[in-house]
Design a protein around this ligand. Structure first.
Ligand code: SF4
Length: 196
């Protein structure tokens, strides 16, 4: 049975796809069958919105987070529909994204996220395109620049968004990432590395 929804702490996480436009060297998927005990490789295909909402039930959680073993914006329509369901249950929504959603969908998707997502965590990961390419191995050559453009577009929509980096990149690199976040005008959150 595929895992569409899983719980960590007080949050429910939604696993919409295994597709991703990055192949990060540090990805929790690398060489793994499970994460936190959950089998997140979708062997029976990607879920429909109805399958996700059935798995969410009454949304017994603080927040519903679109995350999982893949980049959720590949499933923009399903994510939007599920956001409506979560809000109807009075709960918050968050997207954890690599910031490639506009590239993936071939248009600026930020306006479509307004009113749907209460928080957007954009993985910055590195302070320049060269480092980003080495660390994240993106499918799109302009992924770093387009991720920054996505962040600016979310900011311009008034969306509650922030960049994140993992602490293992070192103090100097964190400081350089902070400069980028300041230039874009959104916060930077530094999170501990999850052991893959
Ligand atoms: S963007 Fe996320 S899911 Fe995709 S490879 Fe990187 S860490 Fe893994």
């Amino acid at each position: 049975m595929d895992t569409y929804v899983y719980r960590i702490g007080n949050n429910l996480y939604v696993n919409l796809t295994n597709r991703c436009s990055n192949r990060c060297t540090f990805c929790v998927r690398n060489g793994k069958e499970t994460f936190e005990g959950y089998a997140l490789w979708l062997k029976g295909g990607e879920p429909t919105a109805a399958q996700v909402t059935a798995a969410l039930g009454e949304c017994d959680c603080d927040e519903v987070v679109f995350c999982g073993f893949g980049e959720p914006t590949y499933r923009l329509d399903v994510m939007s529909e599920v956001c409506g369901y979560v809000h109807a249950h009075g709960k918050r929504t968050r997207l954890n994204t690599n910031g490639h959603g506009s590239l993936i969908n071939g248009r600026n998707i930020a306006p479509e996220l307004a009113g749907k997502l209460d928080g957007i965590n954009i993985s910055l990961n590195a302070s320049d395109a060269r480092r980003y390419k080495a660390l994240c191995r993106p499918l799109y050559p302009a992924a770093f620049e387009e991720m920054l453009a996505f962040a600016r577009a979310c900011r311009d929509q008034g969306l509650n968004c922030w960049f994140s980096v993992v602490d293992c990149i070192g103090e100097e690199e964190v400081a350089a990432c902070r400069n980028i976040a300041d230039a874009v005008g959104i916060p930077l959150r530094v999170r501990p590395m999850i052991e893959a």
